[in-house]
Design a protein around this ligand. Structure first.
Ligand code: NDP
Ligand code: X2W
Length: 344
């Protein structure tokens, strides 16, 4: 059994990691940290985990984390970078759910996250954890940067078109909607029931911090050519889920896009391409690690529309982190992750 550490066990992604890990046959939770709740039983804070987790929260200490084979960071941006260099020296594998190691360029990090990167030398060894693109690198990685929730939905949707040179990469539009759990468990006015329900609004139109992350990934798919991306996130009155509507111009109108998408993801355990003409619903991926998508070309015109739906806490965070863990530890990639969505 591999020993697993979790830094940041009181947030939504931490709780989701525990929910998905408790029935994993090859790993065991060893340390779950919280600075504010240390000494409190995990199952007292999350009664849904009663009978599954018998640990108490502990303070994040290198000594305890160094006893683990792999450590997840489910902490706010900027926390993991303070502990990761020491853990790497101890030979521990790491999956960071925050953005600390997602951007290759420390100057871009500083520009978007407002503080200097404290270990820029480590960025070179971090692998961006989108298995559908980087599986072979993840197998050998000691440090994986788990993608953000919007970046997962958007990159997977554009992937087949950009890889095949079929998208006008100067004209990429991602209109994305997220459930409120995407904002985390911390207290915020915008997450209150009275503010978030029966309401919908865009935010971050002039520049959301996922823009450089998505652009970096799309540029890699385009073999280094610069991409022109417009990304507009919205907050919607649901708890879980991201729905991204993606637009671009198709470069060859003769291509069978349905066949292209089906073939590209045929061997991917967590991407489901719907039959022609269908529309993915966020509800069908709730609680699952699946990205469900559909490709359309309205009126057989030059604009292609891809619809991509994920659960932000699973394929957009904890589930993808476990998928990466499985790959890094040489465990069957889908172990403990193949479940149907919750209905209704
Ligand atoms: N919510 C989502 O849908 C997604 C979130 N993410 C990312 O995952 C990360 C976690 O998100 P989420 O679960 O929503 O976050 P929360 O804000 O809900 O939880 C943060 C956790 O981190 C701990 N923490 C905070 N500061 C520190 C610190 N300085 N040192 C150690 N631990 C700390 C907190 O516990 P305590 O303060 O008690 O120590 C808490 O357990 C974030 O980076 C987020 O951006 C990524 C994809 C999707
Ligand atoms: C609805 C909502 O607020 N969503 C978050 C994104 C959550 C996420 O994935 O963020 P990280 O890159 O920090 O991991 C936001 O827009 O900031």
């Amino acid at each position: 059994m591999y020993k697993i550490g979790l830094v940041g066990g009181t947030g939504y992604t931490g709780a989701e990691l525990m929910r998905l890990l408790v029935n994993h046959p090859q790993v065991k939770l060893h340390a779950i940290t919280s600075r504010t709740e240390q000494g409190i039983a995990v199952a007292d804070m999350f009664p849904s985990l009663r009978g599954f987790v018998d640990l108490c929260f502990t303070n994040p200490s290198i000594d305890t984390l160094a006893e683990c084979d792999l450590v997840f960071f489910a902490t706010p941006n900027g926390v993991a970078m303070k502990l990761v260099p020491e853990l790497l020296k101890e030979g521990i594998k790491i999956v960071d759910l925050a953005a600390d190691f997602r951007l290759h360029d420390p100057d871009v990090w500083e520009q978007w996250y407002g503080c200097a990167h404290t270990c820029p030398e480590v960025l070179q060894q971090a692998v961006y954890g989108l298995p559908e693109v980087n599986r072979e690198l993840i197998k050998k990685a000691q440090l994986v940067a788990n993608p953000g929730c919007y970046p997962t939905a958007v990159q997977l949707g554009f992937l087949p078109l950009i890889e095949q040179g079929l998208a006008d990469i100067s004209y990429l539009i991602a209109d994305a909607k997220s459930g409120v759990s995407g904002a985390g468990r911390g207290v915020k006015v915008g997450s209150l029931l009275c503010e978030a329900s029966e309401n919908m609004a865009a935010y971050g139109v002039t520049g959301h911090r996922h823009l450089p992350e998505i652009s970096q990934g799309l540029q890699q798919m385009a073999k280094g050519q610069p991409v022109g991306l417009t990304f507009v996130p919205h907050l919607t009155p649901m708890i879980r889920g991201i729905h991204a509507t993606l637009y671009t111009r198709v470069m060859n109108k003769q291509t069978d896009l349905q066949a292209l998408f089906e073939q590209r993801f045929a061997d991917e355990p967590f991407v489901d391409v719907l039959p022609q003409g269908e529309h993915p619903h966020t509800r069908t991926v709730k609680g699952t690690n699946t990205c469900r998508m559909a490709v359309h070309r309205p009126q057989n015109g030059e604009i292609v529309v891809v619809l991509s739906a994920i659960d932000n806490l699973v394929k957009g965070a904890a589930g993808q982190a476990i998928q990466n863990m499985n790959i890094m530890l040489g465990i069957e990639e889908a172990q403990s992750l193949l479940v149907p969505g919750l209905m209704p």
